[in-house]
Ligand binder design. Structure first.
Ligand code: PAF
Length: 282
């Protein structure tokens, strides 16, 4: 596996691979890889000749009060894990390589980023879509792999690809959970033992939504209320949102007739966790 730091070397490597034939898969990450990322990488290896994993903690998607400086980083460990999972190239540019001067151009998908996570993280999705556009232009992948845990990010990127005609297929990959149900996240490392155990309420509340839906409940407000009560009862949990929305346009829905995305964001201390499930039409 090769580690590449510059855009020009990255372009050369992809050009060479293309001459040899086969498709290029990109797994964009911010590093500190966990099993969720590894499942993206192994999905990519099943379908592509060349698999590029980008590792870049993108300053543009962090707010001034957020954890850009302290975001966990471990390039050496990441390289070992990515190699085991079958990656061919790690693209790990420095911030100066990606943003050499004042950035005057950004990419923004209207509406979809205005609520859910966008409400408490203004500008976050603009930072994501800008860096993902840059990565698509640098690597020019045939397929790019994104986790369903960031359901809003996934919906926004799909819309961007559609609107801007990026010649890339977006492949969603299911959430990977710890044995006790906590969704894998690089930010789980911030949790104290107590907060880690309190955070299990997220999956608990989502499963309760699934049970209620399975038992025939279609009223979003009722399901949402039950979930809120469960989460608010958990010590240390500070709810950012609990929402039931349309899976593609992310707008809130009153009655779950055609399935829904149930999404939550909750703070435990300074750590903000997100999670979701999809309720499918029955
Ligand atoms: O999901 C992430 O890790 C990031 O938002 C992404 C897509 C790598 C862009 O920085």
């Amino acid at each position: 596996m090769e580690i590449i730091r510059t855009i020009s070397e990255m372009r050369t490597a992809v050009r060479k691979a293309r001459l040899e034939g086969g498709t290029v898969g990109l797994v964009p990450t911010m590093g500190y890889l966990h099993k969720g990322h590894l499942s993206l990488i192994s999905r990519a290896t099943q379908a592509n000749r060349l698999v590029v994993v980008s590792i870049f903690v993108n300053p543009l998607q962090f707010g001034p009060e957020e954890d850009f400086g302290s975001y966990p980083r471990d390039l050496e460990g990441d390289c070992a894990l990515a190699a085991q999972a079958g990656a061919d190239i790690i693209f790990a540019p420095a911030v100066e390589e990606m943003y050499p001067g004042k950035t005057l151009t950004q990419v923004e998908v209207a509406l979809l980023g205005d609520w859910l996570c966008g409400r408490s993280r203004p500008g976050h999705f603009r930072g994501v879509t800008t860096v993902v556009s840059k990565l698509f232009n640098i690597v020019q992948p045939d397929k790019a792999y994104f986790g369903e845990k960031d359901a809003q990010q996934l919906a926004i990127i799909k819309q961007m690809v559609l609107d801007l005609n990026f010649p890339v297929e977006i492949v969603p990959v299911s959430i990977v959970r710890e044995e006790d149900g906590l969704a894998m996240s690089s930010r789980n490392v911030y949790l104290s033992a107590q907060a880690r155990s309190d955070a299990l309420v997220l999956n608990g509340a989502l499963q309760q939504a699934r049970r209620l839906y399975g038992a025939g409940e279609r009223n979003s407000a009722k399901i949402r209320q039950e979930m809120l009560k469960m989460i608010e009862d958990a010590p240390g949990a500070n709810v950012d949102y609990v929402e039931i929305c349309d899976r593609s346009n992310l707008q809130p829905i009153e009655s779950i007739d055609k399935g829904a995305l149930v999404a939550v964001a909750v703070r435990f201390g300074k750590t903000r966790l997100i999670d979701n499930i999809t309720l499918t039409e029955v």
